[in-house]
Design a protein around this ligand. Sequence first.
Ligand code: SF4
Length: 114
Amino acid sequence: MVERGWRSITKQSEAKPSESQHWMDRAKCKDWDFKKHGDPFFPASPTEAAAADAKAVCQGCPIAADCYLYSLDKKNTREHGVFGGTVPQERLRTVRREERRRRRSEATKEDAKS
Ligand code: SF4
């Protein structure tokens, strides 16, 4: 199971420690007390309601945009947990929407050629 929080984000990164320090060091979730409050970033149920505490932490996080883009990059982070204030369903919707947009764009280019 993937641990969560600043350390887990760093762990999941393939970047070397020195390279990972650019944006992950500023993660707001690194201050979350996982021992005391549990792990809201990987709720048992992947619903938005179950992830409310994690989303509250993400609000105002200075690296939320980087975290969100990071989560889209790999299947593991795309399909599990709260990243950048989003749950997997939200990220999958985004990925599917972008895929449809890309396909429409390619089809338009093909039509223009013919
Ligand atoms: S956006 Fe949320 S999950 Fe991502 S680093 Fe910030 S607090 Fe952590």
